[in-house]
Design a binder for this molecule. Structure first.
Ligand code: BTN
Length: 326
């Protein structure tokens, strides 16, 4: 383990206590000046380290696998939490080496450098102030059903956010608070010939980031829980609650094949149901009324001026509000 990694782990394990320079030097077996260099390295990388008279701490809680695990009673999901100090993309890592992961493994980081969004977009994170995680599933289902997993994940996310604040779902994969996006879901499948090798469900949540840290062009559409709830968010409690909800909804669905439990949550939390939206598919933009979300997770709409209902599958479309993002 590098000195930086040792210091990160020390500050995480002691959070919210401040750690004295003496403790750091003893723990890392370094001189004062060497330890101060390691602290500077963390600051230069962008870790939220703050100091008060020779005592150091992270200014916000960071992901700590031990605190997520404590009290997590799920049987498969999240039993293996794989934490990466720094990673290009948790989804990309999972897909690059899918064979080495098992059903229910979860990859986590608070330092994702090249996050992927839906439809080839990128996903921005802020070091130590966002959650990036990927759930790896190896179920015996066809890809048509895999599409439903985005809806299941959205339902689990809004339920787990309830203890912080009310949130809604903008079909298929955006989690919204106060009309801005606070989290996104990217579900990717990998095939070996015709057979489904695995499904990776990526979840990115803006926890404690300051909105100014995001690129200017997304600042009008994106926000963070910290910004909206005006309080520091503990990522570990949120991840724990999300894993529990996901596990409950997934277990029930895989036993019964009935999606109604999470689809009803998606409908109840939908911010676009019964509203007018713009459906984007490639170059085309069409006005439509949202009628329903069906048991397959498709959005049922009626294009303006038409009689017939159409069902949209999440893979092909993106949608916008009639006047703005929502
Ligand atoms: C979107 O809203 O477009 C989807 C965003 C998904 C971001 C998450 S962060 C963890 C996982 N790894 C990635 O590279 N992307 C997803």
């Amino acid at each position: 383990m590098t000195y930086s990694a040792q210091l990160i782990s020390l500050l995480k394990s002691r959070f919210p206590e401040k750690v004295s320079l003496n403790t750091i030097t003893a723990h890392l077996n370094l001189s004062n000046s060497e330890a101060l260099e390691v602290i500077d390295t963390l600051k230069e990388k962008g870790y939220p380290v703050q100091s008060i008279s020779d005592h150091y701490q992270f200014s916000v809680p960071l992901i700590n696998v031990n605190s997520i695990k404590s009290g997590l009673s799920t049987r498969t999901l999240g039993q293996n939490l794989i934490f990466k100090d720094r990673i290009h993309s948790t989804n990309a890592l999972a897909l690059e080496d899918l064979a080495s992961f098992s059903h229910g493994d979860i990859i986590l980081t608070d330092y994702q450098t090249n996050g992927k969004g839906r439809m080839g977009r990128s996903w921005q994170s802020s070091l130590g102030k966002s959650i990036a995680m990927s759930i790896i599933l190896k179920p015996d289902i066809d890809n048509k059903k895999a599409v439903l997993l985005t809806q299941l994940t959205a339902a689990a996310l809004t339920k787990s956010l309830n203890s912080i604040m009310e949130s809604s779902i903008k079909w298929p994969n955006d989690i919204i608070v106060n009309n801005k996006k606070v989290a996104g879901i990217l579900t990717e499948s990998q095939f070996h010939g015709d057979s489904l090798e695995g499904i990776v469900i990526g979840v990115g949540i803006n926890t404690n980031l300051i909105v100014d840290e995001l690129d200017e062009e997304i600042q009008s559409k994106a926000t963070s829980l910290f910004h909206e709830a005006q309080k520091v968010i503990d990522p570990n409690l949120l991840i724990q609650s999300f894993i529990r909800w996901f596990d409950e909804l997934y277990t029930s669905w895989s036993l019964t094949g009935d999606s109604s439990l999470f689809i009803s949550i998606c409908k109840e939390k939908s911010i676009i149901l019964n509203k007018e939206i713009i459906v984007r598919n490639g170059e085309s933009n069409r006005l439509a009324q949202v009628i329903d979300i069906n048991p397959f997770g498709d959005l049922i709409i009626r294009y303006k001026g038409e009689e017939a209902l159409e069902s949209l599958q999440s893979l092909d479309f993106s949608i916008r509000g009639n006047q703005s993002y929502i």
